[in-house]
Write a protein of this length. Structure first.
Length: 114
């Protein structure tokens, strides 16, 4: 997300038996949730505009703004994933690290196609 401060390094991984692992975005979770609520409101606004038969270009302008907001969230989540989940898996090495890199590459490909 462009309107957030850099994410702090995650706490060291706890023993798997004592605590479940945290995702990279956990430190910015509240900001993500606030942004997603705003996006939800934008989507409802577009729905109302179409329902009220507003001018086409005004609708498209709002769709463009909503798309940009979603892309911003997606890029923020991707950045957090790379900095935390992928880095942690690569440090462990082996198949898990390779799988996380492939998973991230696939997610990037999906975002680029969208």
């Amino acid at each position: 997300m462009t309107d957030t401060a850099p994410v702090q390094d995650a706490a060291p991984a706890a023993d798997a038996s004592s605590e479940k692992p945290h995702h990279g975005y956990i430190t910015d979770k509240d900001r993500y949730l606030t942004r997603l609520k705003r996006i939800e409101g934008q989507a409802r606004g577009i729905y109302r505009m179409v329902d009220q038969e507003q001018y086409c270009i005004d609708n498209l302008t709002q769709v463009s703004a909503l798309t940009s907001a979603l892309e911003s969230v997606a890029l923020g989540l991707l950045d957090d994933h790379l900095k935390h989940c992928v880095v942690d898996a690569v440090k462990l090495g082996g198949d898990e690290g390779e799988a996380k890199i492939k998973e991230a590459s696939d997610a990037i490909a999906r975002l680029v196609r969208a």
